[in-house]
Write a protein that binds this ligand. Sequence first.
Ligand SMILES: Nc1ncnc2c1ncn2[C@@H]1O[C@H](COP(=O)(O)OP(=O)(O)OP(=O)(O)O)[C@@H](O)[C@H]1O
Length: 448
Amino acid sequence: MTRGDVLVSVDNLSKSFTGAEGHELRVLHNISLDLRAGEIVALLGRSGSGKSTLLRTIAGLIAPTTGSVRYRGTELNGANPGTAMVFQTFALMPWLTVQDNVELGLAARGIPPTQRRERALNAIDLIGLDGFESAYPKELSGGMRQRVGFARALVLEPDLLLMDEPFSALDVLTAENLRTELMALWQQDNFPTKAICIVTHNIEEAVLLADRVLVLGANPGHIRAEVPIDLAQPRDRKSTAFATLVDRLYALLTGREPGTAEPEPTEATPTARPLPAASVGGLAGLVEIVYAKGGQADLPEVAADLNFEIDDLLPLVDAAAMLDFLHVAAGDVTLTPTGKEFTTADIQRSKQIFAEQARHRAPLVRTICTALASSAAGNLRAGFFLDLLRRGFSAQDAQHQLDTAIDWGRYAELFDYDTDTDQITADPNAGLHPAVQNESVTASLDTE
Ligand SMILES: Nc1ncnc2c1ncn2[C@@H]1O[C@H](COP(=O)(O)OP(=O)(O)OP(=O)(O)O)[C@@H](O)[C@H]1O
């Protein structure tokens, strides 16, 4: 096998899961890609775009609903024999030493003990764990644990190393150090794998490591774009070429997809336009920063100023765009007149503006307001909305959606939520329901 030969090919792959309410959740749609010897490919996408699911289908841990995954031309029917995985959370066996953790996969493949030992020691040495062979995971720092994660995968000498956000549970310096070491090893002749596929939501990480970045879009996950990263290793984060690629990927992640008819927030359903995972404080902070910068800002620059990863800003940007406080184009954000009024007004007026925008432009907030308005007493059980949301989201995502809507609704003084009674109640001042006065409402309604 030589450089450029196809190791794994994914052909027209789609994947659906059965949601909490028995409904079909479409997670991946019509994915086709090849992974070739000699390359590092990053799968870059926002949370929920199906990156991990795609990686797991490549590993053969999950079967596609339709389409296929081939390894060296043979369609998978179970685990992919040419891959090994490094996990975000290390996934080590706490009761086994470093040496035994690294040997585990070899034992499962029936390799005799002497060979196991020798291969494990080589992998431990390669990844800088020498001297820690008899340590237990709990004795190790996060970075050292992830080294065990790498050694455990590399010892199998897989054609293709799969990595699912391997650095995202580590602190910034440890992550940077481990990335640099990995890249140095990758360039050595004795690196035991032929290709790497890494899942990340971190744009800079993708530009640092990959030869090619596949940008995934969501709902359901699909490949939006492929961006070659034609920079020599080691790469310089401060170079203009690096910044240009970060900007381009950023624009791809935030921009509208050409040819897709994403519904306007004013018309969309809560499942077609999910609420971004942004708190009111976070999105208001971002709007304020853009205002302070004269009403226009380059987001990678804002992220750098704040010492944030750009990706941390994405949900805030999405939320501010959904509420029409900011416009986003090609990685730049511009303050809208509404956004300006929101950020400069006094607190009461700010809340009113937020309420007005959320009520019309945040689909789930709008749905809750409409449902409360048509309820008998201006209150409904939160479980009612959760049931509805579970038709389009997993149980966990449905809960996150509702939590965000409650955060926004509370701030806007549109509705409130009482944990003890599990009731969402129209705010007496919001004018949503005539029955809700400035006194507590006790009646409840079973709408189901
Ligand atoms: N086994 C499962 N059953 C039901 N839904 C699932 C299952 N696995 C994943 N999902 C859903 O599929 C969607 C995509 O999940 P996935 O973890 O692949 O995305 P991701 O892009 O890797 O996101 P993140 O960066 O948050 O891990 C999510 O909405 C998730 O809840």
